[in-house]
Design a protein around this ligand. Structure first.
Ligand code: MG
Ligand code: MG
Length: 248
């Protein structure tokens, strides 16, 4: 069953989304050549604490950091370390927070300085794919209309969608039902209702959709080591239309 949120829950989730958006904007500004991913994670941890929130990923199934920092061919779940990002890299930042028992989750891919035009296109297409998915997050649609819109947009632009990782319901837990794949046929799955809240998160590869996990058990990379981008918003389905909680 997909949990439906009360108006009170939605109010709290709106606040959780607003705070996370604020933090992510600051993290984006910190992305510069020469900065280590550990430094960005330390900043995230400080900003989350300043907002009286808890980092949702730290300790989640043993994940060692607050932020997932995924560079270049890392798809998701990159672990922050002393490695310094450099001009021409792309860096995906994924952060989840817990605000008084309410969770929000959001990700962005940020260019480091001037990047290759094909990487620019990858970022632009992934971001727009998220928007295309969100447009379908409306009352009366079926769940897979979101998935299908993302896949169509990405593949029409010559890139591929990751199969191994998917979006998810969110609310009183970081991960709730349902799973939201970024691929699939239209008009399948649950009918969307007011009060459902989803983390929609296309992960888009420049080359093959296939992925693999590195020996640390976390870091997911593209099988062909070509670049990957990731955007995510926490979105409420409401009678007034999709409400992007992490973008206000
Ligand atoms: Mg996330
Ligand atoms: Mg997520």
């Amino acid at each position: 069953m997909i949990p439906l949120k009360s108006e009170e829950d939605l109010k709290m989730l709106r606040e959780a989304g607003k705070i996370l958006n604020r933090i992510i904007r600051k993290l984006e500004e910190a992305v510069k050549s020469g900065v280590s991913t550990e430094e960005i994670d330390n900043l995230a941890e400080r900003l989350v604490a300043e907002e009286d929130c808890l980092p949702a990923f730290k300790g989640y199934r043993g994940f060692p950091a607050s932020t997932c920092t995924s560079t270049n061919y890392v798809i998701v779940h990159g672990i922050p370390d002393e490695q310094r990002i450099k001009q021409g890299d792309i860096l995906s930042l994924d952060l989840g927070i817990n605000y008084k028992g309410y969770f929000s989750d959001s990700a962005v891919t940020v260019p480091v300085g001037i990047i290759d035009s094909k990487l620019e296109k990858l970022i632009k297409v992934t971001k727009q794919a998220l928007s295309e998915g969100i447009k379908q997050a409306k009352v009366g649609n079926r769940l897979s209309n979101i998935s299908c819109a993302i896949q169509d947009y990405v593949e029409n632009n010559g890139f591929s969608v990751v199969r191994q990782f998917v979006g998810h319901g969110i609310g009183r837990s970081l991960h709730e039902e349902p799973e939201i794949p970024n691929f699939g046929q239209p008009d399948q799955g649950a009918v969307l209702k007011h009060g459902m809240v989803f983390a929609i998160e296309p992960m888009v590869n420049m080359g093959t959709w296939e992925s693999e996990i590195l020996d640390n058990g976390w870091t997911a990379v593209t099988k062909d080591r070509q670049a990957s981008a990731h955007f995510e918003h926490t979105v409420a389905i409401t009678n007034q239309g999709p409400e992007i909680l992490t973008d206000n």
